[in-house]
Design a binder for this molecule. Structure first.
Ligand code: ADP
Ligand code: ASP
Ligand code: MG
Length: 410
């Protein structure tokens, strides 16, 4: 008998019919001899609706109250799924994050899971019940509900799988696996049978939101067997693995990730003295804002320009902080833009191959796409481009690295 954690995302539980279909899938898995814990997301669009409602009350809603509000979406799904399971003759119990023993740190809206008390869940499983848990939420040391950041149900599922030492964590979604890039942008993107944790982590952090970053981190750290597959169709999906010697996927590049949620800030003409980078980036980091790419270039003998990127939602706050600091430092000006995007090529194969960057830059040049910033690591190269060229850049690179499915001969 295997212990499986199934996770169903927003589209997969998006309507009463879909929830009934999920119940069938869960029941089939139980009938095949498995013990099943299900983690559910809110019905699609529900979390956005709740956030918009909060926005009607306040420009900056209290983080605690926002968590109380947005955590309700998942609770609707979990109860409805249990009702559907019951109709199929399958006994089940639904639990909130708190009831399921999911404890987190204190940071509202992007809490981290600290530990899970599995006693209750295990007791139910041993009674032959399916356990349905609200994703995206937990409880902090004060007994308050917390949420794990957008897409956080993936992390709830992986953490639950780790705590239960489940045989596999299966993320059921609206695509049938992880593709070489978002199949909604490149329709002939190829499904990967396997991808390494390292690559998946890089893809997720560079914008491929098919899995939340933390869920991949968690799975890698605790050795959770993780699979992405479709809730709409049968198939093996994509296995996230530690195995790099995979004969099926020996590509140099595994995929192209992209992110629109980018913004850029430039401090022009700051004195080129030691500590200047720290003085600009320090206050931004202190405000809990993540700085991504950084470029500093010499503009003259004593002055330098300093450019960096942040998440678009943090743009205004960052601009405010940096403007204040720039005045103090005697900078000439501060400028910024929010119409940029980041495109990245990812692959463990590039570690041992030179020339990836030149293929990438040549392809972009051919399409007259200007590169605004560049950053590299062992297994990725990222460029920032004008947002209006994003889709073209993704398609161009997908072609340049020959990532498409082989053309079918009819
Ligand atoms: P869920 O609601 O099930 O959590 P998400 O919308 O969070 O689903 O994630 C699935 C979506 O991720 C897909 O619909 C697809 O558009 C997008 N996506 C982005 N990059 C990729 C990729 N490389 N492979 C597959 N899907 C991707
Ligand atoms: N419902 C939450 C969101 O939309 C969490 C999730 O779906 O994973 O972000
Ligand atoms: Mg998701």
């Amino acid at each position: 008998m295997s212990l499986l954690v199934h996770k169903y995302g927003g589209t997969s539980v998006g309507s009463p019919e879909r929830i009934k279909a999920v119940a069938e899938k869960v029941k089939a898995s139980v009938d095949a001899g498995n013990q099943v814990v299900v983690v559910v997301s809110a019905m699609s669009g529900e979390t956005n609706r709740l956030i918009a409602l909060a926005g009607e009350m306040s420009k900056r809603p209290e983080p605690r109250e926002l968590d109380v509000l947005v955590s309700t979406g998942e609770q609707v799904s979990m109860a409805l799924l249990c009702m559907a399971l019951s109709e199929l003759g399958q006994e089940s119990r639904s639990y909130t994050g708190a009831q399921a023993g999911i404890r987190t740190d204190m940071s509202h809206n992007k809490a981290r899971i600290t530990d899970i008390d599995t006693e209750k869940v295990l007791a139910d499983l041993n009674k032959g019940r399916v356990v349905v848990i609200a994703g995206f939420q937990g409880i902090n040391a004060d007994g308050d509900v917390t949420t794990l950041g957008r897409g956080g149900s993936d992390t709830s599922a992986v953490a639950m799988a780790a705590a239960l030492e489940a045989d596999e964590c299966q993320i059921y979604t609206d695509v049938d696996g992880v593709y070489t890039t978002d199949p909604r942008v490149v329709p002939n993107a190829r499904k990967l049978a396997k991808i390494t944790f390292e690559e998946m982590l890089e893809m997720a952090s560079l914008g491929s939101k098919v899995l939340q970053i933390r869920s991949v981190e968690f799975a890698g750290k605790y050795g959770v067997a993780l699979r992405v597959l479709s809730s709409f169709a049968d198939g093996d999906g994509t296995l996230i693995t530690t195995d790099e010697e995979n004969p099926l996927e020996q590509a140099l590049i595994s995929g192209i990730a992209f992110n629109r949620d980018e913004a850029q800030i430039t401090v022009l003409g700051v004195p080129d003295t030691p500590g200047i980078a720290y003085q600009i980036v320090g206050p931004v980091a202190d405000a809990n804002i993540e700085v991504d790419m950084i470029v500093q270039n010499i503009s003259g003998d004593q002055f330098t320009d300093f450019t960096f990127t942040v998440n678009r939602t943090d743009y205004e706050r960052t601009f405010e902080i940096v403007s204040g600091k720039a005045k103090e430092l005697g900078a000439v000006d501060v400028s910024g833009r929010t119409d940029i995007a980041k495109v990245s090529v990812v692959g463990v194969g590039m570690r041992s191959h030179a020339g990836i960057a030149s293929v990438m830059f040549e392809a972009l040049a051919k399409d007259a796409i200007n590169i605004l910033m560049i950053s590299t690591s062992e297994i990725k190269i990222s460029v920032v481009v004008d947002e209006k060229y994003l889709e073209l850049a993704v398609r161009t690179l997908h072609e340049a690295f020959e990532l498409s499915s082989p053309v079918e001969v009819v």
